[in-house]
Design a protein around this ligand. Sequence first.
Ligand code: AMP
Length: 607
Amino acid sequence: MNNFEVLGISPEVLKAIGDLGFETPTPIQEKAIPTLITGDKDLVALAQTGTGKTAAFGLPLLELIDEDFRKTQALILCPTRELCMQISKDLQNFSKYRNGVHVVPIYGGASIEGQVREVKKGPQIIVGTPGRMVDMLERGIIDLSLVRYVVLDEADEMLNMGFKDDLDTILSDTPDDKRTWLFSATMPDEVSRIAKNYMNNPEEITVGGKNTGNANIEHQYFVVHQRDKYLALKRIADFNPEIFAIVFCRTKAETQQVADALIKDGYNADALHGDLSQAQRDYVMKRYRSRSLNMLVATDVAARGIDVNDVTHVINYNLPDEIENYTHRSGRTARAGKKGVSIVIINMKEVHKIRQIEKIIKQPFTKAHIPTPFEVCEKQLFHLVHTVHNVEVNEKAIESYLPKAYDEFADLSKEEVIKRFVSVEFNRFLDYYRNAPDLNAEEKKGDRGSVNSGVVKLYVNLGQIDELNFGSLKQFIAETAQVSEHDVTWADLKNTFSLVEVRSNIVDQVVEAFKNISYRGRRVRLESRGNKEAGIPRTRVRSDRSGRGGYGGGGGRDRNYDRGGDRSGDRGGAPRSDFKSDFKPDFKKKKKDAGFSGTKGFGKKRK
Ligand code: AMP
């Protein structure tokens, strides 16, 4: 017996959800379906988005409605057009083997005529957003007098979005003896009030703790200087070559600025906010869903109801004004039992907000370290190697070209060939990251106890003038101190000196080893500089805006190919501006914050 069969789901619906790959009920389904399928109970269910709640209420509803009766028997209210369409689509899929079930979505931002026509056909289930529902009720188009079941989905979101009065209007048009099923991710007072006023002794079920987040989400925070937030965002993206993220900003303007800067820097990103027309928003979402975009930069309102599965990272570029909204943001990842990461990029003064969120979600945050340039390069290199290793070879197409290629490489060993292939892409990557700065900033004292980022910064009186570069300096330090080169994680080479980062467990060994060392006849001075040097005047890394060849094998692959096509009509073809350097976005304000204006400014500051 199928697990859903035990819950009382009929064979036609079982077959339909079988087609969708539903074999085992999710926890919310396991708890809610037996209660709801009896049809005589009210329910308050606390569950995050992505936990399978649509089927939790949708499957019992389909068992309870009478498909031969062409009147509206169930009303589902939800906050956004996207969610409304998604719920309708899910219900249509669940009922595809049940003839006569008619589900109609009613939402704003689309022509009302088509919806009126659909409503006149007598759907048993209406899924609506509150605003358009009130509109249709006031025009006398919808009759709710025979409704037996009302579902309030994402009730907290509906209230957050200011639909309280609309909900009151709609609910007062439904019969008193209907059943009400309320689903909400959080339980603020407003939602409790709805439950109290409109529900009759509801059963309460919770998946996870009350007001807690999804346990499959790993929460991380990164502390950077305010001016480095954008660089940190890019660093995180570069460190995660398979990233498929939603980046949350606080305002429409900021959303657009961050998206524009990412696009300019060669990422497959775009903005989603309320200043876009519905058609533009649909277009952006279509590209995101199809993964032509791998970073969607969005405001809270615009991103509500986004139900894209497989989002790997939610990135809080700025925290929401209402801290409670963090739960909604992070709920966009780790859907359907998958794992996901929710990242917060904060400045030093904001660390206390992490504490507040921890209290709300009842889950701890991990303080994460913005990857060093070395770590990014290492990650990208192995991603490239892995991609090359697993590439699907079109034997037939490539066959005739290979003899010539083999000839060309006849004098090289396998190791040499690998080294050269990888270097084609990787040299440029190394080049860009060579002088990229450390972006980690110290938390304010007392915010979170002692901060150990795991690395220590050292000053050394060797620099470019000594004909050293990142690689050779690293090698020199590692060999002298007899440590692994991997333990030297970063270096910022100036003309006459350098700042070097080494793992903290070997710092004493390195300092000790350099007590009596010379380089080209000059005494080497190497000493600890603690973490203070994070704010050193930084060298800007060149940005490739000129359309050089791409870092095709790595994370750049998707973003590169798509961008040209969508933005400039240069469909397909070679990757363009691809490699993401740590270049500032073009925000005027940012430049000012960063205290420089172009290369000259740096020169001045360094003096
Ligand atoms: P929801 O929370 O309803 O938006 O569901 C999140 C995702 O989980 C959707 O893609 C559903 O298709 C999927 N899903 C829901 N229930 C199950 C199940 N029992 N087994 C597998 N996938 C499911």
